[in-house]
Design a protein around this ligand. Sequence first.
Ligand SMILES: Cc1ncc(C[n+]2csc(CCOP(=O)(O)OP(=O)(O)O)c2C)c(N)n1
Ligand SMILES: [Mg+2]
Length: 187
Amino acid sequence: MRGIEVFQEIIPLLKDEPVVHANGFICRESFALQDREENFYMIGSMGLASSIGLGVAICKPDRKVIVLDGDGNVLMAMGTLAMIGAEAPNNLVHVVIDNEVYESTGKQRSISNAVALEQVAKSSGYREALRVDKKEEIKPAFERLMNSEGPGFLLIKVEACFDPKTGRVTHTPEEIKERFMNTLLPH
Ligand SMILES: Cc1ncc(C[n+]2csc(CCOP(=O)(O)OP(=O)(O)O)c2C)c(N)n1
Ligand SMILES: [Mg+2]
């Protein structure tokens, strides 16, 4: 399965949920497919989408919050899995696009082939942790986590095949933050 297929499956299932994206190609591919004001694109800082998502989930307990993460990002900030498990926000769904490499910087291999990240999440206290490797499994797994108490974790195994021609996010970090925060206001 290609990474882009994860977005193609998940984006049509979204309504107005805040989605916090990990840096690199994950932002770029999601932005290229469908920009949303509720998308927070982490430009530059690796490892932090999960802690930003945790903060939003704690502050906005009535909103379902989604983190779209990468295997390298998760490995860099593994302590955040423990923090999410300990805080246990029931409105957080943590999706990890696992291509077993740091693709955005040249496909250096990560160690996610040897570390079962979904088991780390489960042991850290996530209420449910699923692993899928087929496109048709994404929608039911994602919907299951969206409709149950969190925190939920969904590891999606993909090939490393982002298209390097995909453009960059054109909004400035300030614009991204402003419009994202506006979508979090009560409505
Ligand atoms: C602190 C920090 N270290 C390194 C980088 C460079 N960097 C940007 S994206 C990336 C790879 C991220 O890997 P992963 O989460 O697996 O996403 P993928 O690129 O595979 O989609 C790296 C190493 C960075 N931006 N910040
Ligand atoms: Mg990766």
